[in-house]
Design a protein around this ligand. Structure first.
Ligand code: SAH
Length: 200
């Protein structure tokens, strides 16, 4: 599959033209480790370092569309991984803050995102959010949480929206409304509001 074919496939499922344009602007192969580059345009997750994965493009697209992003938004991502999701978000909003708990991936993503001026990558436990820049218009969690972390709810604007997988269930949170978006498989969220994390 090449890049155009991947985008054509996404167009069948994603109606928001701004989201499609973001996928046209960001080259996924820039976020995939060299050994897997030839698979970059297949709609599948791929391994990155430390047993983690870069999400499937369709999953990135569905979560991005569900967030309903405006140009003036400030967004928090929990789980930078490769930086691909953050790069997509950066095309749609003003500022992205993204947290990664693993040092090797923090470094990998920082390098991949070096030309994305409105993205700040932080080495931190994102299950605690990132209080310094709160409140956020949108929050996206790209690792499977055991429950919705309290600090993330606190750091979301009253009118804000959050997309988060809890176990295998993807939810869109807005105020006290919770919409089920479907079933997705993610690596586990670690840290204070996730599973225990021991730095290597
Ligand atoms: N959004 C990523 C996919 C991430 S996979 C991409 O586009 O490539 C999930 C990532 O979440 C992993 O890199 C994992 O190390 C990270 N993670 C897990 N728990 C975390 C936490 N508490 N804070 C920040 N990152 C976390």
């Amino acid at each position: 599959m090449n890049r155009d074919e991947l985008i054509d496939d996404l167009k069948k499922r994603i109606k928001d033209k701004k989201v499609i344009r973001a996928f046209e602007e960001v080259d996924r192969s820039d976020f995939v480790p060299e050994a897997y580059r030839r698979y970059a345009y297949i709609d599948d997750p791929l391994p990155i370092a430390e047993g983690q994965t870069i999400s499937q493009p369709l999953t990135v697209a569905l979560m991005t569309e569900a967030l309903d992003i405006r140009k003036n938004h400030k967004i928090l991502e929990v789980g930078t991984g490769s930086g691909y999701q953050a790069a997509i978000l950066s095309r749609l909003c003003k500022r992205v803050f993204t947290t990664e708990i693993r040092k090797e991936l923090f470094e990998f993503a920082s390098k991949n995102l070096r030309n994305y001026r409105n993205v700040k990558v932080m080495l931190a436990d994102g299950s605690l959010g990132y209080g310094k820049e709160a409140p956020y218009d949108r929050i996206i969690v790209t690792a499977s949480a055991p429950h919705i972390p309290g600090p993330l709810l606190k750091q979301l604007k009253r009118s804000g929206k959050m997309v988060i997988p809890v176990g295998d269930d993807m939810f869109l949170i807005k105020g006290n409304r919770k919409t089920h978006l479907g079933y997705f498989s993610f690596v586990p969220l670690r840290g204070v509001h996730g599973q225990p994390f021991k730095a290597p």
